[in-house]
Design a protein around this ligand. Structure first.
Ligand SMILES: [Zn+2]
Length: 122
């Protein structure tokens, strides 16, 4: 009998069972001063090419809800996208490849302004 057939499923510190793709070290302290561990489930980063500092991974809250999101990382920042919207988001990112830095900055300003209007601040 191999050890793989008898090994208990991995779980995080809350007892939420790890999905098959989870590579998270749940004993890792993400905020040591506060004693907060990495309870969320996370896949190994997925790279499709040689471009550094960008990748995507699958993330699931460690509270047992089972809802997966895609984390898109770029230069230390990330955005979470529902799995169902990931293809549309990827197409949007491809379109952004044809924009200038000034256009990207204008878009960022517009998104902030739209959010302020939605919150009733403008
Ligand atoms: Zn896990």
């Amino acid at each position: 009998m191999s050890s793989e057939t008898t090994r208990a499923p991995r779980v995080n510190r809350r007892g939420s069972q790890c999905p098959a793709w989870c590579e998270q070290d749940h004993e890792h302290l993400v905020l040591p001063n506060l004693g907060i561990y990495a309870d969320h489930h996370r896949s190994k980063p997925i790279h499709s090419g040689p471009v550094p500092y960008v990748n995507a991974s699958i993330v699931q809250d460690g509270d047992g809800t089972g809802k997966n999101v895609i984390a898109a990382w770029a230069i230390g920042n990330h955005v979470y996208v529902p799995v169902e919207e990931a293809a549309e988001f990827a197409g949007f990112l491809e379109q952004l490849a044809f924009t200038t830095p000034a256009q990207l900055q204008a878009l960022a300003n517009d998104v902030r302004a739209a959010a302020a209007v939605a919150r009733g601040e403008l």
